[in-house]
Write a protein of this length. Structure first.
Length: 352
């Protein structure tokens, strides 16, 4: 259980609610509040969750401007199991979803969803009667991109992600090669999509120091990092033989990838300066394991951030932190840290 990652995206109206006084669970990551752009964009990514719980879809529909069938068409294919709380007057919540997808003919985004839907229980509260549904995904096909909202024509539709319980496969659009991922599939969130959705500065700071507990592998672009294993940043595609970077460059790169300022990292959490200074003196090169001081620094930063109030924890959210265009393989002069994904090409983020 502790190796799972739990993500929570609050409604905008709940972001500073006193019901969320603080978050002290190691493997719980608070995402930025949802909106239509993020939901539609996330449905075109490689991420595939184990379980998702949607507690207030009717409120969410009003806030993001999506009808129920539209909303469910985008989110049901993201998880093996979905728990959904709806007013009792609503019938089978997915009866119109596949017809909706058939009408859309999307290449990028959800195309096919087959489920087993079960009404679990009814809950009567002061605001009315609600029914809890369990929606078990049996089969799914989604056209997905390689990066969060990346508009380059080569990568706008790179794979088809296919799930037919329990098999997980990807099919490359170029050439049609099929790769079966079932035996190696590890539930995770790609960091490109997580920072694209939006994280607050405290969480981005925590993940920066977490990344320094991992050896440097080449090709350390944002899409080669995932969040997994109890809420930790870990590298994938570690077999590349591309150029390694000197420590100062590597540390600066990580901060850019997380849309953090280029200030002295010690200023992030001054109370942890002793261990963190020692960590930063390490030569992150040649796949060497970082010293104990980096692990101690991360623990110190985590302990400090866990004491934050919800208001402080969710401060300075960067939405659409899209650093997928940064190429650190052949270093160029300094560029702006990030660009917003929402541009005149915003529609290319969405199913089409």
């Amino acid at each position: 259980y502790q190796r799972r990652v739990h993500g929570v995206s609050l409604l905008p109206t709940e972001q500073t609610s006193t019901k969320w006084s603080h978050v002290s669970t190691d493997n719980l990551i608070m995402w930025a509040p949802a909106n239509s752009h993020k939901i539609r964009s996330f449905s075109t990514t490689m991420n595939f969750l184990d379980v998702q719980l949607i507690l207030m879809p009717t409120v969410l529909m009003g806030l993001v401007g999506m009808a129920l069938t539209d909303l469910l068409s985008h989110v049901l294919g993201l998880s093996r199991t979905t728990y959904l709380l709806l007013p009792c007057l609503e019938g089978d919540p997915i009866v119109n979803v596949q017809n909706y997808l058939n009408q859309k003919h999307w290449r990028l985004g959800p195309r096919q969803i087959e489920t087993i839907t079960t009404a679990l229980t009814e809950i009567n509260v002061s605001s009315g009667c609600f029914k809890l549904w369990k929606i078990q995904l049996i089969k799914m096909i989604r056209g997905v991109r390689h990066f969060w909202c990346f508009h380059n024509s080569v990568y706008k539709h790179k794979f088809d992600l296919k799930f037919e319980d329990p098999s997980v496969q990807i099919r490359y659009i170029r050439g049609g090669k099929v790769r079966n991922l079932t035996s190696i599939w590890l539930s995770n969130i790609n960091m490109a999509e997580l920072v694209g959705w939006g994280l607050s500065r405290p969480y981005r700071t925590l993940l920066f120091w977490d990344a320094l507990t991992v050896p440097q592998f080449s090709d350390s672009v944002i899409q080669n990092w995932v969040l997994c294993c109890g809420g930790h940043m870990r590298r994938i595609d570690t077999n590349s033989n591309r150029r390694m970077h000197p420590s100062a460059e590597y540390i600066s790169d990580l901060r850019q990838l997380l849309c953090l300022s280029d200030q002295d990292p010690i200023l992030d959490i001054p109370t942890c300066s002793t261990e963190c200074k020692t960590c930063l003196l390490f030569s992150f090169h040649g796949k060497r394991k970082p010293p104990t001081s980096c692990f101690n620094c991360y623990q110190c930063v985590r302990n400090e951030i866990q004491q934050y109030s919800m208001e402080k924890l969710m401060m300075e959210i960067v939405d659409d932190c899209d650093t997928s265009y940064l190429n650190f393989t052949n270093r160029k002069p300094y560029r702006p840290m990030y660009r917003p994904s929402i541009t005149e090409n915003e529609d290319r983020c969405y199913p089409y």
